[in-house]
Design a protein around this ligand. Structure first.
Ligand code: F6P
Length: 319
């Protein structure tokens, strides 16, 4: 393989740049040229492609976002869109493609693989909702961003003896809410994978206040309910002042943690190795701290699971 393509797609996540750097440097180490495809699959359809040099990826390991830009691209789901993309890959003599992103990106990669194009998919999303990998690039950084916010909110919540309902991202998955709720010492965690009883939540808040607690933190995953609605219900039922914070896109930005930089570097290097060895149409993941590969189709057909014992632990620790 002499030339490969690289793109980032979907929502950005901290560590994508570290991954881009790893792919480019590992490929150059193997005498392979890397062409950067700008703006994700949309850029591939338009032919927005430029050669990446060693220097292009200097000074980016610590930066959030993606130097390749990204996009959500419904056109890539159409055969016509993919035909244009494949034509550009051929015109640029690109023999293999590495895509970095979340589930939409993986679906695009699967389609390309079905079309016969050698493709490798790397999980990068703050949602950590890609099956068969313990972590996706960006989750750890987003988690730390949420924790920092919860810690700050707790200070003011305690001072004024308020309830705070904090909404975190995650699309239809509850990982970010669960991990941040446990790490942030939340009184209750509401996630799409588990049902909840508002009455019990209010009872718990009241028990806490009766024994002298000065704050209550409720973490709500965006995929189960709006924090505004939950706060209204809690205030109506408890008669206690309840405030809302929606963390929003702040969760997607910032310098990646050391964990995400290392993960991204390992994933990026593995992707190049797979292409060099002719091991195509694979998704890379982390399992038991080992970098592993599975077929993209296996990952897409595997069910997503929340860590139920962690959910139970969070409940036990917040009685
Ligand atoms: O998939 C990452 C994510 O940040 C989700 O958590 C969130 O629901 C979504 O993207 C937001 O997407 P956008 O920035 O396109 O509104």
């Amino acid at each position: 393989m002499n030339r490969i393509g690289l793109l980032t797609s979907g929502g950005d996540s901290p560590g994508m740049n570290a991954c881009i750097r790893a792919v480019v440097r590992k490929a150059i180490y193997h005498d392979i040229e890397v062409n950067g495809i700008y703006n994700g699959y949309a850029g591939l359809i338009k032919g927005n492609i430029k050669k990446l040099e060693l220097g292009t990826v200097g000074d980016i390991i610590h930066r959030g976002g993606t130097i390749l830009q990204t996009a959500r691209c419904p056109e890539f789901q159409t055969e016509e869109g993919r035909k244009k993309a494949l034509r550009h890959l051929q015109e640029h003599k690109i023999e293999g493609l590495i895509v970095i992103g979340g589930d939409g990106t993986f679906k695009g990669a699967h389609k390309l693989a079905e079309d016969g194009f050698p493709t490798i998919a790397l999980p990068a999303t703050i949602d950590n909702d890609i099956p068969l990998t313990d972590y996706s690039i960006g989750f750890d950084t987003a988690l730390n961003t949420v924790i920092e916010a919860i810690d700050k909110i707790r200070d003011t919540a305690t001072s004024l003896e308020r309830i705070f309902v904090i909404e975190v991202m995650g699309k239809d998955a509850g990982n970010l809410a669960l991990w941040s709720g446990l790490a942030g010492g939340a009184e209750s965690i509401l996630i799409p994978e588990e049902s909840y009883d508002l009455h019990q939540i209010v009872e718990k808040i009241k028990r806490g206040y009766n024994r002298g607690k000065k704050h209550s933190i409720i973490v709500v995953a965006e995929g189960i309910a709006s924090a505004v609605a939950v706060a209204k219900q809690i205030q109506a039922e408890s008669n206690l002042e309840t405030k809302v914070t929606i963390l929003g896109h702040i969760q997607r930005g910032g310098s990646p943690t050391a964990f995400d930089r290392v993960l991204a570097s390992r994933f990026g290097a593995k992707a190049v190795e797979l292409l060099v060895n002719g091991n195509y149409n694979k998704a890379v993941g982390l399992y038991n701290n080992q970098i592993v590969e599975r077929s993209i189709s296996e990952v897409l057909s595997a069910g997503r699971e929340i860590n139920r014992s962690m959910y139970q632990l969070a409940q036990q620790l917040s009685i």
